[in-house]
Design a binder for this molecule. Structure first.
Ligand SMILES: Cc1cc2nc3c(=O)[nH]c(=O)nc-3n(C[C@H](O)[C@H](O)[C@H](O)COP(=O)(O)OP(=O)(O)OC[C@H]3O[C@@H](n4cnc5c(N)ncnc54)[C@H](O)[C@@H]3O)c2cc1C
Length: 489
């Protein structure tokens, strides 16, 4: 068999997972493959970045991953990190509404009321607002084959208050986005499941909670004791057969008679039989603009939000609030710059020196990014001004860490899945050229890992059609049409 060269562009979790999959398949099936991974920055990991300083462990990007999606957990086990996995203990989450922190009942955690007694007791809603939610089963289910926004769906079915104080903050927290502009099908498919099982959101959530009662609940979120950077470092250490080039970017992509030429910013070029782009959509659009302008055009339409994480360390005695919980999200009615705050030292014990507390705030989301134009000192001051009255903080922080994530979070706007399906369709005219990553079919770490693995499997299958790889069923071309049909808004 002839030697084949696979080039992976992007050294985030998607690219690294893809590289590991190529390496594993090549070893398993004795394939003559050369694999090169190109990363623009001087470090690997992309959005995953752990800072360790003075006894503090600070996650500048993601801090955990969803346990229910198996791909991140499986990868940790595969890399020998299984014993480092730690689960988040069940703790209250709060919603900041009209200057007060209101506990969010556990049964509300999917953003829909899942328990009527908890609703009756909740201080988050007025009687009228509660009655509005309870009215939902009487709102006719409308057969709607179009994707819609999370905002439109929740407002119509449960009312504005449920959107502003429950579903909105939760979905906005994941995407740094505006629920009015996030697709139900792509960003919140669980709502479709609830609609189907209800029928309707309220009945669906109540039924789901009832099913859960009495069963032993498993942890929702997991992380690594030493920080998520350990996953990146372990991946890198495992990629013995992959040539990793950091600090150099792919600049352009050209077609050869067979395969592609990837031109790099250091003036060199790589001839590749297959190319896998695991970079943000706008960066992929740039590379594809002359090779595949139709694809580039669609990729340009995927908008991105910028955000920043601001971690502040305090002496414990300077904060009067008990901090018994994992933090708070902010109601959509509050218009401050801080969109959420994690009480890191309560959520993940062991990440601060004794006697210290670590808080991490988010600033900036899609369409509300002005605060990010301020200098670091001012942003820290904005966060302090927000947190001090809420948590009764007396002193100034001992340390602060601020990480700006410019154009970091892809926004899955309505119609996203259909657009991604069109891109995938267009790319079938370019054998060996694939895309994967946060921009397309899931922003969370498990989804990115899964996309990287699937794309690597497709690449290998294409290069060696006789190799028997069990490829999972292709996602429905039209953005999961069966879901559209069931989405009764
Ligand atoms: C602040 C924040 C908090 C988050 N919290 C969570 C969380 O708690 N849990 C969770 O599951 N997810 C979370 N996410 C989302 C998740 O971290 C990301 O979606 C995921 O890490 C993206 O991985 P990726 O490999 O697809 O992309 P990236 O991490 O963006 O990696 C792409 C890489 O490509 C490189 N690159 C770009 N252009 C080029 C080029 N031309 N040539 C070569 N290289 C290039 C970039 O430098 C980058 O390293 C969070 C994201 C952010 C920003």
């Amino acid at each position: 068999m002839a030697m084949r060269h696979v080039v992976i562009v992007g050294g985030g979790i998607t690219g690294l997972s893809a590289a590991l999959e190529v390496q594993s398949l090549a070893r398993q099936h004795h394939l003559p493959v050369r694999c090169t991974l190109i990363e623009k920055e001087a470090r690997l990991g992309g959005k995953i970045l752990t800072i360790r300083q003075d006894g503090f462990l600070v996650e500048a990007g993601p801090d955990s991953f969803l346990a229910i999606k198996p791909w991140a957990t499986d990868l940790c086990h595969r890399l020998g990190l299984g014993d480092q996995l730690i689960a988040q203990e069940k703790q209250p989450v709060y919603i900041l509404h009209r200057g007060r922190l209101h506990p969010l009942p556990e049964e509300f955690l999917m953003g829909i009321v899942g328990d009527l007694r908890s609703l009756a007791q909740s201080s988050l809603f007025s009687l009228l607002e509660k009655a509005r939610m309870l009215f939902e089963p009487f709102i006719p289910l409308r057969l709607d084959e179009q994707d819609t926004s999370v905002g439109a769906l929740i407002r119509r079915r449960l009312g504005q208050a449920a959107l502003d104080r429950l579903a909105g903050p939760l979905i906005a927290g994941i995407y740094a986005g505006n629920p009015e502009e996030l697709s139900v099908l792509a960003a919140a498919p669980y709502l479709v499941e609830l609609m189907r099982s209800g029928p309707g959101l309220l009945l669906g959530a109540l039924r789901m909670q009832a099913r859960r009662k009495g069963t032993r609940s498993s942890p929702s979120f997991l992380t690594l004791a030493g920080g998520l950077q350990d996953l990146v470092d372990r991946l890198r250490a495992s990629l013995h057969d992959v040539d990793i080039q950091i600090g150099v970017a792919a600049r352009s992509l050209k077609r050869r008679s067979l395969g592609y030429t990837v031109e790099l910013t250091d003036g060199t070029a790589l001839d590749a039989d297959a190319v896998l782009l695991t970079i943000p959509a706008f960066a992929a659009a740039e590379l594809l603009s002359s090779l595949a302008p139709h694809v580039a055009e669609i990729l340009w339409t995927i908008p991105y939000a910028s955000t920043a994480t601001i971690s502040l360390a305090y002496r414990r005695e300077e904060i009067q609030h008990p901090l018994s919980g994992s933090g708070f999200l902010v109601s959509r009615e509050e218009r401050g710059a801080v969109t959420a705050c994690t009480w890191v030292s309560s959520k993940w014990p062991g990440r601060v020196p004794s006697g210290a507390v670590l808080l991490r705030a988010y600033v900036g989301e899609f369409g509300r990014e002005e605060a990010l134009n301020q200098d670091d000192e001012r942003i820290v001051a904005i966060v302090e001004e927000t947190l001090a009255p809420l948590l009764s903080i007396k002193g100034r922080p001992l340390f602060s860490w601020i990480t700006r994530w410019h154009r970091a979070m892809p926004q899955y706007t309505p119609g996203h899945l259909s657009r991604v399906a069109r891109v995938e369709e267009e790319l079938t005219h370019f054998p060996g050229l694939h895309i994967a990553g946060a921009a397309y079919r899931g922003v969370g770490i498990p989804d990115c890992i899964h996309q990287g693995q699937l794309a690597a499997q497709k690449v290998v299958q294409e290069l060696w059609p006789n190799v028997n790889i069990q490829l999972p069923r292709q996602a429905d071309k039209n953005g999961e049409i069966f879901r559209h049909k069931l989405l009764q808004n």
